[in-house]
Design a protein around this ligand. Structure first.
Ligand code: ADP
Length: 281
C-alpha cells in the first residue's frame, strides 16, 4: 500500500498489517440434540497469506461459519492447531467481525456503536472521537454520527457494522454473509466500497458467501467447502483494483463462474438436504 493511498487521520500502526492464518489438521464437532457428536470441520489444512482476501463458499451446514469462529478464537478446535501470525487465536479488537444481521446496539448512536470497538483500549475521549469520525467518513457515513440504528436503512446499518469492525485497524476481518440481507443494488455498492476499504487498509479477509459472483468479484482465492472439508482452493487472478461493473467483463470471469457453479451443483445434488440457498431466503 502506498502512503499516498492513506486517508487523513488514518493510523499507520503495526496492528493494521494483514495477518497470516494457518490451519493444521483442524477438526471441530458439536453435540446435537440427541447428544451425539456431529463433525462441523474435518481435518482442515489451510494456509492463508497476510493481506489475502479469501471467500469461502459451500452448501449450508458445510462448516463455513465454524471456520470463522475458530479463527476469531471464540470456539476452540477439538483437534489440530490454528495459528494467527504464529500465535493461537485470541478474541479482541485485532479481529473485526461483520455478520449478516448487523448486530448493532439499538440504544447507542452510530458513533457510540463504532466507538464501542475501541472502548477499554485506553484511548482518551478526543482520540477515540477522532478515530470514530475518520472511520465513519471512510464508510460514507460522515454526518450520521448522532443517528440511531432504527433511523438507518439496511445498507447504512451494515456500513456502521463495517466501520465498527474496521475502526480498531484489525489485521483480520471475518465476514459471515455480510451482504446477504441487502437488496441487489445496495449489495453491489457495498461490495465496491468494501473493495476500496480493503485496498486502503489491507487486512486479511475471510468472507463467507452463498454468491458465486460475490466471491469472484471480491476474492484472491475461493475456498469451496463441503461436509466440513476443503474440496477446492481456487486462485482468482482477475486484475485489481476490481469493481463490480468491470470484473464481469474480463475474459476469465465466465469460465471461473461456470467451474464454481458446477462444483456447487454437484455438492447440492449429492446432498439435497444441504440447500445452497438455505439461509438466504
Ligand atoms: P455453515 O456456516 O456452512 O452453514 P456451520 O459452520 O454453521 O455451517 O455448521 C456446520 C455444522 O455444525 C452443522 O451441522 C451445524 O448444525 C453444526 N453446528 C454449528 N454450530 C453448532 C453449535 N453451536 N451447536 C451444535 N451444532 C452446531
Amino acid at each position: 500500500m502506498s502512503p499516498s493511498s492513506r486517508q487523513p487521520g488514518e493510523d499507520v500502526s503495526a496492528a493494521s498489517r494483514g495477518k497470516s492464518i494457518r490451519f493444521m489438521g483442524v477438526s471441530k464437532g458439536f453435540a446435537n440434540s440427541n447428544g451425539a457428536r456431529t463433525s462441523a470441520i474435518r481435518n482442515v489444512d489451510l494456509s492463508i497469506a497476510e493481506q489475502q482476501f479469501v471467500a469461502i463458499i459451500g452448501p449450508s451446514g458445510c462448516g463455513k461459519s465454524t471456520l470463522l469462529r475458530l479463527v476469531d478464537g471464540l470456539v476452540a478446535p477439538d483437534g489440530g492447531d490454528i495459528l494467527i501470525d504464529g500465535q493461537p487465536p485470541r478474541p479482541g479488537p485485532a479481529t473485526g467481525m461483520v455478520f449478516q444481521n448487523f448486530r448493532l446496539i439499538p440504544w447507542r448512536s452510530v458513533a457510540g456503536n463504532v466507538g464501542f470497538a475501541l472502548e477499554g483500549l485506553g484511548l482518551d475521549k478526543s482520540a477515540l472521537s477522532a478515530r470514530v469520525a475518520a472511520q465513519l467518513e471512510q464508510v460514507g457515513l460522515a454526518g450520521w454520527a448522532h443517528h440511531y440504528p432504527a433511523q438507518l436503512s439496511g445498507g447504512m446499518r451494515q456500513r456502521v457494522a463495517l466501520a465498527r469492525a474496521l475502526v480498531g485497524r484489525p489485521g483480520l476481518l471475518l465476514m459471515d454473509e455480510p451482504f446477504a440481507s441487502l437488496d441487489a443494488q445496495t449489495r453491489e455498492l457495498m461490495q465496491d466500497d468494501l473493495l476500496a476499504l480493503w485496498e486502503r487498509q489491507r487486512p486479511t479477509v475471510l468472507f463467507v458467501t452463498h454468491s458465486v459472483d460475490e466471491a469472484l468479484l471480491l476474492a484472491d482465492r475461493v475456498i469451496v467447502m463441503g461436509g466440513g472439508r476443503v474440496l477446492e482452493d481456487i486462485t482468482i487472478s482477475l486484475p485489481r483494483p476490481r469493481r463490480s461493473t468491470d470484473a464481469r467483463r474480463t475474459a476469465d470471469y465466465g469460465p471461473l463462474r461456470e467451474h464454481l457453479w458446477s462444483l456447487i451443483k454437484q455438492l447440492v445434488l449429492s446432498d439435497p438436504a444441504s440447500a445452497f440457498f438455505g439461509r438466504q431466503g
